[in-house]
Design a binder for this molecule. Sequence first.
Ligand code: TYD
Length: 192
Amino acid sequence: MYIIFEGIDGAGKSTQIEIIKNWLIDNGLEVETLVEPTDSEIGVMIREILKYPDATTDRMQKTLGLLFAADRMLIMDKLDDNKKVFLSDRSFISSLAYQEPKEWIETLNRYVKKPDLVLLLDVDVENSASRFSGEDEFENKEFLTNIRANYLDVIKNFDYEIINANNGINKVSSDIKKAIAPKVGLCKDCIR
Ligand code: TYD
């Protein structure tokens, strides 16, 4: 079972993954969490490049697309383990939302495992962008609005659930549990 958590930066993905992981373990399931970019050498390289001021240029986006896809390939064979529930913080869906051009990214990720469920933690762009101060704020708002629109478009191709991540942590996790329960054979109506 491959469950992907997506959303713009600041949506609370890592906090929720931790909560959901513990909930699934408490219910007797075997769980493994994944994070992209990974901690491989390629992942380390990606995090360095993301700090460059020209990380958003066309050329860099194409290069990043390659690196993200290569980094991802390193964890793909893990996912063949059918006994486990994999909870992933980001995936190829991030590449489709963040990198360009679309056809290029689709080609690079053609052999990536497709998810059983995509959870889009949808947070208000205003909230997320306000974390950046001054001049960056407007630019970030535009950027994040664009990413959010890309997400809404991309997830349509998969089994997905949009989770309102502006709510408190408990409400968000309970909404996520309700979305996951039927996928892993747990009782949805038992969740408050
Ligand atoms: P992440 O560690 O989730 O960001 P943060 O810790 O800052 O919230 O991811 C790092 C960045 O990488 C994030 O801005 C999204 C971006 N990213 C892509 O652009 N494409 C991808 O395929 C992936 C996996 C991440």
